[in-house]
Design a protein around this ligand. Structure first.
Ligand SMILES: Cc1cc2nc3c(=O)[nH]c(=O)nc-3n(C[C@H](O)[C@H](O)[C@H](O)COP(=O)(O)OP(=O)(O)OC[C@H]3O[C@@H](n4cnc5c(N)ncnc54)[C@H](O)[C@@H]3O)c2cc1C
Length: 371
């Protein structure tokens, strides 16, 4: 889309990730004009794209095209660094790998007509219901009625509107490695020295490519990441096709709205503080925002709908887990977690999947560990 100097729009959405696309596909705004500005020249997400079955169902509800899945996983090897490892299996696939390239090209192709996508266009700041945006050749102004910040954990929209910012995040990194791997499972390494609750992962995409990643408390240099990967997975192959970003782990921001500005997804801290999973919550925030637009008080309705959709509860539970982890993590907790995982080897993945489906299953699972 070629932006005009006189642009004015009903909704201005910053960022074209899972949250904003879910808003666009859920909004029933006939006759109004909406613009999504995305600073990259293509649609993308820093995410690995691992989603649980309930998240897949949610995507199927929101998007009117087949959700492309690259791989389904039924097993995961969990390595408790320095303690032991357990191979877990589930009855049905517990994680699907979304084919993000195909997903984003379908999302772009089917984008509802009332939404216009401006790629290569960065939001800079906003004042008096006018946003300044920067394209490769010019700075421009866009007037809006409602502004949505769907621009990730380091949201410029939140900063510009004086809304609370995500306080704490992990640095997430991911690469491909060209390497044959016969494994059919995800390997997940729990090593509290690297990150508080998240970890290091590796999984095969096809017979020739492996994806490796980690979430770290501190920013890492590529050489350091390379040697860490070598240490954990014993390989020397070069890391290719880097992707990464901030993973919010401080939980939902106190107020995700102000007058006519609303924060979605990672910008509102809606990412699991323990697992670093944010696709499901980003999609739900888009759905909530679209519904809230039909109400007189958009901001307050949005916050209420996040509660109704279970987003707030799910994230609170993950915050509790992270706090417990931060407080008690030690070699003996790791040993305990290892024994717990071993004891529940046959049904743990199925149990964890049900937590996503119904957050009230959370406490029984946690009780099993601490009890
Ligand atoms: C390495 C890594 C792996 C992850 N793996 C998973 C996973 O497997 N499963 C899962 O559920 N979650 C995962 N997550 C978390 C998940 O990626 C996020 O929670 C989710 O993508 C949030 O969606 P969003 O729409 O809020 O933001 P994003 O998907 O981050 O989209 C934000 C968009 O805003 C754009 N943008 C930013 N600033 C501006 C600006 N100033 N102007 C215009 N555009 C801007 C960005 O380019 C981006 O396209 C992972 C995160 C990382 C970093």
């Amino acid at each position: 889309m070629e932006l005009q100097a006189t642009n004015s729009t009903d909704l201005l959405v910053v960022g074209a990730g899972f949250s904003s696309l879910s808003l666009a596909y859920s909004a029933k705004h006939q006759g109004s004009t909406s613009v999504i500005v995305e600073r990259k020249h293509h649609l993308w997400s820093p995410s690995t794209g691992l989603i649980t079955p309930p998240t897949l169902s949610l995507l199927e509800e929101v998007f009117p095209f087949d959700i492309p899945i690259q791989r389904a996983f039924r097993s995961m090897k969990v390595v408790f660094k320095g303690v032991g490892e357990v191979l877990l299996s589930s009855r049905e696939p517990f994680l699907f790998l979304l084919d993000k390239n195909s997903f984003f090209s379908a999302a772009r192709e089917h984008l509802p007509h009332s939404f216009t996508l401006a790629l290569g266009c960065s939001f800079m700041r906003s004042e008096n219901e006018t946003a300044k945006v920067q394209t490769s050749s010019k700075e421009m102004s866009i007037r809006y009625n409602v502004l949505f910040g769907a621009d990730g954990a380091l949201s410029k929209v939140a900063k510009s509107a004086g809304l609370p910012l995500v306080k704490d995040w992990l640095y997430g990194y991911e690469w491909s490695i060209s390497r044959p791997l016969a494994d059919d499972f995800i390997t997940f390494i729990v090593d509290p020295s690297v990150s508080r609750a998240y970890g290091i992962w590796m999984f095969p995409i096809n017979g020739e490519t492996v994806r490796v990643g980690l979430a770290s408390k501190k920013p890492l240099r590529r050489e350091d990441a390379q040697s860490m990967m070598k240490q954990y997975f014993s390989f020397d192959d070069p890391l290719l096709d880097y992707k990464g970003g901030a993973i919010p782990i401080s939980g939902p921001v106190r107020t995700p709205f102000k007058e006519n500005v609303i924060l979605l997804g990672d910008a509102a801290g809606l990412c699991g503080p323990f697992l670093g999973d944010g696709i499901q919550t980003a999609v739900k925030s888009g759905i909530a925002a679209a519904k809230a637009l039909e109400q007189p008080d958009v901001g307050a309705s949005y916050a209420q709908l996040l509660r109704t959709l279970g987003v707030t509860k799910y994230l609170k539970q993950q915050s509790t887990l992270r706090n417990l982890w931060d407080k008690f993590v030690s070699q003996s907790t790791l040993k305990r977690l290892y024994r717990f995982t071993l004891r529940n080897q046959d049904h743990l993945l199925d149990d964890l999947t049900t937590i996503k489906e119904d957050p009230s299953n959370f406490f029984p699972v946690v009780r099993k560990f601490f009890g």
